[in-house]
Design a protein around this ligand. Structure first.
Ligand code: AMP
Length: 220
C-alpha cells in the first residue's frame, strides 16, 4: 500500500495516517514530523527549515525532496515497514514536489496506489487547530474542544506534558491555510488527471468514521 494524503492543516492527515499505517503495517512518513525533529535536534536542515515553519511558509522544495528520498531509500534500509509500503503525510505540497516524487518513485520502482484527500471546511480547521495540543513525549494528539485529555495538560497515554505547536497560533494558521489553497490544493486536479486513483473523503466526522470510510474506499 503506497499512499499520499492530501488535506489542509488540521484536516486529520496525521491521525488518519497513523491509523492507516497501523492497519496496513506500512510506514507513515510525515515531512512535518521529520522537520520538527530536525529543528529539535538542531541539525543543519533544522536550522534552515525553522524560520519557514515558524512563519507558516513552505520549506524549500530541494530540502524536502532530499528528506523524502532519504526516508524512502537510505533511511529506510533497515525498516521493514517502509519495504511493505508508505503513507506520505504532508508531502507533496507543491507541483515541483509532486514531479520530484514521480521521478523518485519511478527510479525506485514503487508506484502509488492512491491519493487520499481529506476535505474539511475552513471554520472547522481553524477550531481544530486552535484547540490542538500534543504530547511532548509520545506525540499523541488531543483537542481541548473535541477530544480533551482526562486531566488538562497531561497525556492520557504516557503522562507527558501537552503543548501547543508553535505554528498553531491564529495568524500562522491563517497563512498555512492560504498556502494550502494556493500551492497544495491544485495537486488534487493534477492527480485526478493521472492514472493514480484519487479518493475524496469527508474529514469533518469523528476519527473512526473517517478511518472506516477511507478503508472502504481504498478496498473497493
Ligand atoms: P505539517 O506538520 O505537515 O503541518 O507541517 C508543518 C510545517 O512544516 C509546514 O507549515 C511547513 O513549514 C513545513 N513542511 C512540512 N511538510 C512540508 C512540505 N512537504 N513542503 C514544504 N514545507 C513543509
Amino acid at each position: 500500500m503506497n499512499l499520499i494524503l492530501i488535506g489542509a492543516p488540521g484536516a486529520g492527515k496525521g491521525t488518519q495516517g497513523a491509523l492507516l499505517a497501523k492497519r496496513y503495517g506500512v510506514a507513515r512518513i510525515s515531512t512535518g514530523d521529520l522537520l520538527r525533529e530536525a529543528v529539535r535536534a538542531g541539525t543543519p536542515l533544522g536550522r534552515k527549515a525553522r524560520s519557514y515553519m515558524d512563519a507558516g511558509e513552505l520549506v524549500p522544495d530541494e530540502l524536502i525532496l532530499d528528506l523524502v528520498r532519504e526516508a524512502l531509500t537510505d533511511g529506510a534500509a533497515g525498516d521493514e515497514s517502509v519495504r511493505r509500503g508508505f503513507i506520505l503525510d504532508g508531502f507533496p505540497r507543491t507541483p515541483a514536489q509532486a514531479s520530484g516524487l514521480d521521478r523518485l518513485l519511478h527510479e525506485i520502482g514503487r508506484p502509488l496506489d492512491a491519493v487520499v484527500v481529506f476535505e474539511v471546511p475552513d471554520e472547522v480547521l481553524v477550531r481544530r487547530l486552535s484547540g490542538r495540543a500534543s504530547c511532548k513525549q509520545c506525540g499523541a494528539v488531543y483537542n481541548v474542544h473535541s477530544e480533551p485529555p482526562r486531566t488538562p495538560g497531561v497525556c492520557d497515554v504516557c503522562g507527558g506534558e501537552l503543548v501547543q505547536r508553535g505554528d498553531d497560533d491564529p495568524e500562522t494558521v491563517r497563512r498555512r491555510l492560504q498556502v494550502y489553497r494556493e500551492q497544495t490544493q491544485p495537486l488534487i486536479a493534477r492527480y485526478q488527471a493521472s492514472r493514480t486513483p484519487v479518493l475524496i473523503v469527508d474529514g469533518d466526522r469523528p476519527v473512526e468514521e473517517v478511518h472506516s470510510e477511507t478503508v472502504r474506499k481504498l478496498e473497493t
